[in-house]
Design a protein. Structure first.
Length: 264
């Protein structure tokens, strides 16, 4: 019972954890800025230019769009997933296990829940920063419909919370940093490939389409395309609800597994 009471209490002191990570981030801001700046250009050159000349236009929601317009929103969704998931797996694990940063913070008035919440919110913040930089690039290239495309920024925070929470759960479970290869292989890579990122899910067999619709990245990609194209559909609310429910369900799990990990 005491454990259940503990995980429900998160104070605003978690902002201190967020602020500490932001200060570290600012010291290497140039590297963190250049990667999301040039990464979309590499992808768009390889897939948008190279593949587009072979594929031409694709069918999406009953209309034809260029392949470049099709994959640009997916790149934004992938950025949200990667930045938050990797921040709350590898980076959080290093702070917890190698740098002993969590141990130092636990000697302060911060509760364990404050520390974990601050880490997850920081992972979501990194997703927002990287997505914002990438959005500026693809927007400059005329691949985003504004002002609807600005909705991608709050969406990136939601997506960052979802995948950051998922990453934190794995951080509480894996015995060593090398074991992160397993969840990446089992979860992240399949989502990267089969969530409607590089081809429409309608191209998949019926059973695979149902499986794809259960993947969180599929909903994030659909929302990014909706906002980039400026075409809201009845599925928009469902996809947002899916991501919010995912956060609500997984966040307490992350607190529980991390509490067990740190106390043990």
């Amino acid at each position: 019972m005491s454990s259940a009471l503990h995980i429900t209490y998160i104070s605003w002191r978690f902002v201190r954890v967020w602020h500490r990570n932001m200060l570290v981030y600012r010291k290497i801001w140039l590297v963190n800025f250049l990667v999301p700046l040039f990464e979309p250009l590499l992808y768009l050159t390889a897939f948008g230019v190279g593949m587009s000349s072979l594929i031409g236009r694709v069918q999406y929601r009953g209309e034809e769009i260029s392949y470049t317009v099709f994959i640009a929103p997916a790149l934004l969704a992938i950025t949200m997933m990667y930045n938050s998931f990797f921040e709350n797996t590898y980076a959080s694990f290093v702070r917890m296990y190698f740098q002993k940063t969590f141990d130092a913070m636990m000697t302060t008035p911060l509760s364990l829940e404050d520390i974990i919440a601050g880490e997850i919110v920081w992972g979501a913040t990194k997703a927002v920063i990287a997505t914002g930089i990438m959005l500026a690039v693809v927007g400059f290239l005329g691949l985003v419909y504004f002002p609807h495309g600005l909705m991608i920024l709050p969406l990136s925070f939601l997506g960052g919370l979802a995948f950051g929470t998922m990453g934190m759960i794995f951080t509480g479970l894996v015995p060593s940093i090398d074991m992160f290869n397993l969840p990446i292989f089992l979860f992240i890579t399949p989502m990267f490939l089969f969530s409607g990122t590089f081809f429409p899910t309608s191209a998949l067999p019926a059973w695979a389409q149902k499986l794809s619709s259960a993947l969180p990245l599929t909903h994030l990609v659909d929302l990014c395309r909706t906002f980039c194209l400026g075409e809201f559909t009845t599925d928009t609310k469902w996809s947002i609800t899916y991501i919010v429910v995912m956060i609500v369900l997984l966040f307490p799990v992350a607190l529980v597994v991390m509490r067990r990990r740190l106390i043990s």
